[in-house]
Design a protein around this ligand. Structure first.
Ligand code: SAM
Ligand code: SF4
Length: 323
């Protein structure tokens, strides 16, 4: 098992497979994807080697992310490869959903267990304003198809921002009343390129929590292996609500995840200064060497991010690493 100096164990890998994205979300890539980094992303073979090494030391869950992971032509093969690795119990994907309707059947057939789709507003005009794309209807159809196919876990990620989140809780609640979906509101995090947007838009998730509790929603007790989201249920709703509040003082206490970028760099935190290059070791084709490199790096994992001091490390935007 991978463990850091603070006793935290890491059984969850977030693997970015591209940093390219076709959307221009106002809090992430407001000017769209800039072709300013190399594009020699980890190959299917390299991914298989890397995930096998993580699985050997206790990783149970892999999330495929990006940029936009579904832009990669071999995304279905990547899901299938991860699913076939001994020890990996759950393969998840985080996507903007632009081609979900076309891809979901194949992804599920390849073994996809969990689907996260980012939707910051259920109002089509607002959705277009945030992302630059008039795709909401299509994305919602893809989610309906995922429900039909019986995908075990379907979550929506909705970033909270002053300019687009005011009064939208009601819309999301109506939508999940009869759907087995969890909507997770995520507090906006500051990034290197996003300081101004952050200053103008950051709002705490506490107001939503208070509204939920007042409306009879009950907070679930978190499981030992649960991630950082606080989850709420209500007897009148099939769906659930989650809140991710990275500015809460003890947010990092339950950290159970490591990240690898599309270029094969291990990121110990979303906001670390830089990634540790695993690619050379991956290409030695030695599980032992890859595991040793991961363990060695883990020694430097800090107890917490320093977002409260407005230190965002080397992270220009979350599309670089996968969120
Ligand atoms: N393109 C895919 C998507 O949007 O789902 C996957 C990558 S995206 C970087 C992963 C998640 O990070 C998305 O849910 C997105 O909303 C979230 N995200 C991006 N920038 C963020 C920020 N500054 N603060 C909080 N969440 C952010
Ligand atoms: Fe692209 Fe996802 Fe960033 Fe939006 S949040 S710009 S979809 S990477």
């Amino acid at each position: 098992m991978l463990e850091d100096n603070f006793g935290r164990q890491f059984n969850y890998l977030r693997l970015s497979i591209t940093d390219v994205c076709n959307f221009s979300c106002s809090y992430c890539l407001p000017d769209g994807y800039q072709c300013d980094t190399p594009r020699n992303f980890l190959t299917l073979d390299e991914i298989t080697h890397l995930v096998s090494a993580f699985a050997d030391v206790g990783t149970k869950k892999v999330r495929i992310t990006g940029g936009e992971p579904c832009l990669r032509k071999d995304v279905v093969d990547i899901v299938a490869a991860c699913k076939s690795i001994a020890g990996i119990d759950e393969v998840a994907i985080t996507t903007n959903g632009f081609n979900l309707m076309e891809k979901i059947d194949e992804l599920v057939a390849a073994g996809l267990d969990s689907l996260n789709v980012s939707i910051d507003s259920l109002n089509p005009a607002m959705f277009k304003l945030i992302t630059g794309h008039d795709k909401l209807k299509n994305i919602l159809a893809g989610i309906e198809r995922a429900i039909e196919l019986g995908v075990k876990s379907i979550k929506i990620n909705a970033v909270l921002a002053k300019s687009f989140s005011t009064n939208h809780l009601g819309e999301f609640l109506t939508w999940i009343a009869d759907k087995p979906i969890t909507v997770r509101f995520i507090e906006l995090m500051e990034t290197g390129d996003g300081a101004q947007f952050f200053t103008q838009n950051h709002i705490s998730g506490q107001a939503i929590k208070a509204q939920l509790l007042e409306a009879g929603w009950l907070q679930l007790v978190r499981g030992k292996q649960a991630g950082p989201a606080q989850e709420f249920t209500h007897p009148d709703y099939i769906g659930r609500i989650g809140l991710i509040m990275p500015y809460s003082p003890d947010f990092c206490r339950t950290c159970n995840r490591l990240r690898v970028s599309a270029l094969g760099k291990l990121h110990l935190c979303l906001f670390s200064e830089s990634g540790i290059d695993l690619r050379e070791t991956i290409n030695l084709n030695s599980q032992v060497a890859t595991i040793a490199a991961i363990r060695h790096a883990l020694d430097d994992k800090t107890v917490s991010h320093e977002l409260a001091k407005r230190l965002t490390g080397g992270t220009k935007h979350l599309a670089m690493i996968g969120g």
